[in-house]
Design a protein around this ligand. Structure first.
Ligand code: SF4
Length: 245
């Protein structure tokens, strides 16, 4: 499951750009995306397949990426997202770059599938805003045999994030084939680990152009969360709707 990370002084960078945040509780904010290459997972609806192999990225030194961050900085940028691929594959680089971003007075944001809670714990002190993503089995993120260990890691990351007092929210992508029974079990697990007051949002994200959920299916997922957490939201990916990357 673990990909070999680039040497810590080097970064395999897929792309860096500024756009409108299209997901989650901070959608609509001007955001710089630092997309690191490499992901050991394989969600069938992944929208960044080009960033999955570690060798898909261009090789840079940390100093060069810091320069790129400075060059790509737009005025009034709300935050810098460390994304992927899966940024924890290159967690040491994320730590160095997050320190730099904070020195420049910007917020740091981690978008992670949380496959490795030990790495997550190391990166967390340098991150201001955390998206903890939970995968349902129909994402085909891993084979059935390894799914349980991924779920335990995701729950551990959520626990670490809320206990550190970071602004943390949950995202779950759902398709028309996602199991409501499995989703309800996930909601129970999530709120065993985090109190409703400790999270900043619960986002149900409908899949886009692949097995898209109907309104009734979305209501099923929404209704499974609302009695426990009435701030649940169904939020599609804004950047795809407005046609920006
Ligand atoms: S974890 Fe993210 S980057 Fe990796 S396959 Fe899934 S959606 Fe794609």
């Amino acid at each position: 499951m673990r990909q070999k990370a680039a040497a810590s002084s080097r970064v395999k960078l897929s792309e860096i750009f500024t756009s409108i945040e299209g997901e989650g509780i901070l959608f609509g904010t001007k955001t710089m995306f630092v997309r690191l290459a490499g992901c050991p997972l394989k969600c069938h609806w992944c929208d960044t397949p080009y960033a999955l192999p570690l060798d898909s990225g261009s090789d840079f030194s940390i100093a060069e990426v810091k320069e790129l961050i400075s060059k790509n900085r737009h005025p009034n940028t709300y935050k810098v997202n460390f994304t992927g691929g899966e940024p924890l594959v290159q967690h040491e680089a994320v730590i160095e770059l997050a320190k730099f971003v904070r020195q420049k007075g910007l917020r740091t944001y981690l978008e992670s599938a949380c496959y490795d809670s030990a790495r997550f714990a190391k990166v967390l002190p340098y991150i201001d805003l955390v998206k903890v993503e939970f995968k349902l089995k129909d994402s085909k993120v891993l084979d059935e045999k390894h799914y349980g260990s991924l779920l335990r890691s995701e729950l551990e990351c959520l626990k670490l994030a809320v206990s550190s007092g970071k602004t943390s929210y949950i995202k779950v992508v759902v398709t028309n084939s996602s199991s409501l029974k499995e989703f309800k079990e996930l909601v129970r697990e999530v709120f065993r680990v985090a109190k409703p007051a400790e999270i900043a949002g619960f986002i149900i994200q409908p899949s886009y152009k692949i097995d898209e959920p109907t309104l009734d299916v979305l209501f099923g997922f929404y209704d499974a969360v609302y009695p426990v957490y009435d701030q649940v939201r169904v939020v599609p990916q804004l950047h795809k709707i407005i046609g920006v990357r």
